[in-house]
Design a protein around this ligand. Structure first.
Ligand SMILES: Cc1cc2nc3c(=O)[nH]c(=O)nc-3n(C[C@H](O)[C@H](O)[C@H](O)COP(=O)(O)OP(=O)(O)OC[C@H]3O[C@@H](n4cnc5c(N)ncnc54)[C@H](O)[C@@H]3O)c2cc1C
Length: 486
């Protein structure tokens, strides 16, 4: 192994978490170095694939911190780390301003607070993966150029594999580079590797018995390397069984026009979801991420159909708050959509047991018409509560009726390394692991809970990235007089 390369901070991963930490560190007079396992300047990462909606807990990040903090508490059913949630929600406006300072132009998309700050240019309203030249891709390239102009290197094709610890302090990283092993040393290490959604073994351990039936609605770059390296040092893991994701059309595994968009949420929360026995098993009112998680927990995650009617297809299925809408993009993508004038005919086309399906729909319709869907088993929520976006259910009554196969799509894992408010990684004992930081989807503690509450992947990555750099700068300053005295 050659002599170790040195910098103030070694950052693992060049997504929004890693690059915002690097840029903030440079602004504060530090010399960071970024390791990225992707081999060229188009390296795939979730940040690049992102829709660019910058929100906090589905609210506008510039809203008052108390409101944002309350939204996090509500969405996560009070399970988010209270101190971290309070600190991070105080940074909402700061993050929007910081991003603007790095060239981001925001536009509004849709009518919800989630769409108040969308990075321009937004993704086009077309099905499939469309990232090139869009706001998030542009931000990654701008940050990379800004860093390069200031002498900060992003070393591509370099996969971190081990953390170096001396006297209990994390002092560097061992990495694989073109078949060779290389060492990088610094005063601190930031894990910004984007979560473990693309690691089937970790998915099997924490989330899903059949990872092969869980659609990778992501860049497949988050393989949990940082998590496993830190776990070896005794790091505490939190919220490991929850993920952020959406229900997708069941043919997303074989048709690239069906992921990451259109999401099936608007149909799934308006109609009803049945498994291969024709029975409901999930509270559709809890929203898309909840539905995707509950699907993933089934012995076969991809055995579901969403049942809906013409009123839903010509109504909520055209909802443009997360473009493109299922209607018409499912048709553009030539996705299978069984449709029939009667329920028995529909059951036959979809291969579902006709009598059971008819009974399930009749019970659902009666409960919705009576205003008592919450009494169903499982209930169909009506109230705003754990999930703020509960939509009204529809009576399935207007032909043609539709049955569409669905699968759960995992975007990123919500759980990960437990940290304090400054993103310092916590040991199982509760103490911090000196010199070790975790940001973005590598960190846990802020999302999940009974309703699978979502903080916002972009805001979490940038807020935590800035916080990590600021903490390291403070620690560095505090240590300077001691070093001089020594
Ligand atoms: C399709 C899609 C749409 C989304 N839309 C939104 C949205 O509109 N709003 C929102 O808030 N969030 C959205 N998200 C989520 C959001 O994009 C992510 O949560 C966020 O960008 C994660 O940033 P990150 O830096 O933690 O991880 P990433 O961007 O994934 O970056 C991690 C980087 O680490 C690298 N890496 C991994 N392991 C190693 C290793 N061992 N050594 C070196 N490098 C390594 C990876 O190659 C990768 O480049 C979306 C995600 C997807 C996939």
């Amino acid at each position: 192994m050659n002599a170790a390369r040195e910098a103030d901070i070694i950052i693992i991963g060049a997504g929004f978490g890693g690059l915002s930490a690097a840029a903030r560190a440079v602004e504060l007079g530090l010399k960071p170095l970024v390791l990225e396992k992707g081999g060229d300047s188009d390296y795939p990462c979730n940040s690049r694939y992102s829709g660019g909606f910058v929100h906090i807990a589905l609210e506008d990040p510039t809203d008052p911190p108390e409101k944002l903090n309350q939204a996090v508490t509500t969405l996560t059913g009070g399970t988010a780390d209270a101190a971290v949630a309070k600190a991070f929600t105080e940074d909402g406006k700061k993050v929007i301003d910081w991003l603007r300072g790095h060239g981001v132009q925001f536009i509004r998309v849709g009518h919800r607070p989630t769409g108040h700050h969308v990075m321009a240019p937004p993704r086009p309203a077309q099905p499939g993966l469309q990232w090139k030249g869009r706001g998030p891709d542009r931000l990654l390239r701008n940050l990379a150029q800004w860093l390069s102009d200031r002498g900060c290197e992003i070393i591509l094709g370099t996969r971190a594999s081990e953390l170096k610890v001396e006297n209990g302090h994390c002092v560097g990283v061992i990495a694989e580079q073109g078949g060779a092993t290389v060492e990088f040393r610094g005063k601190a290490v930031i894990i910004a590797d984007g979560g473990f959604q693309a690691n089937p073994d970790l998915l099997k351990k924490y989330i899903c018995a059949r990872p092969d039936r869980l659609h990778q609605r992501n860049a497949r770059s988050g393989t949990g390397d940082g998590l496993m390296m830190a776990e070896k040092l005794g790091a505490r893991l939190v919220g490991m069984d929850c993920f952020y994701g959406h229900p997708l059309h069941g043919e997303a595994f074989t048709n690239d026009l069906l992921w990451p968009y259109p999401q099936m949420d608007s149909i799934a929360v308006s109609g009803l979801i049945v498994d291969s026995t024709g029975r409901r098993y999930v509270d559709e009112g809890m929203g898309g991420t909840y539905i995707a998680n509950m699907m993933a927990r089934r012995p076969d995650p991809s055995d579901s159909f969403v049942i809906f009617d013409e009123t839903i297809w010509t109504g909520p299925a055209g909802d443009l708050s997360a473009p493109p809408a299922p209607n018409p993009s499912l048709k553009t993508a030539k996705a299978t959509m069984h449709s029939a004038r009667t329920i028995p005919e529909l059951a036959k086309l979809a291969g579902l047991p006709a009598e059971t399906l008819a009974r399930t729909i009749a019970e659902f319709n009666a409960a919705v018409a009576a205003g008592t869907p919450e009494n169903l088993d499982p209930p169909r929520s009506l109230k705003k509560g754990q999930h703020v976006q509960v939509k009204k259910p529809y009576v399935i009554e207007k032909a043609p009726f539709y049955a569409m196969p669905m699968c759960p799509g995992i975007t990123y894992t919500m759980g990960g390394l437990a940290t304090d408010i400054d993103t310092r990684v916590l040991h199982n004992s509760g103490a911090i692991i000196p010199g070790l930081f975790a940001v973005g989807s590598a960190s846990g503690g802020l999302e999940g809970g009974p309703g699978f509450g979502y903080f916002g992947g972009v805001s979490k990555a940038v807020i935590s990235g800035l916080r990590a750099a600021e903490c390291i700068a403070r620690e560095n300053q505090a240590a300077a007089p001691a070093r001089r005295a020594g």
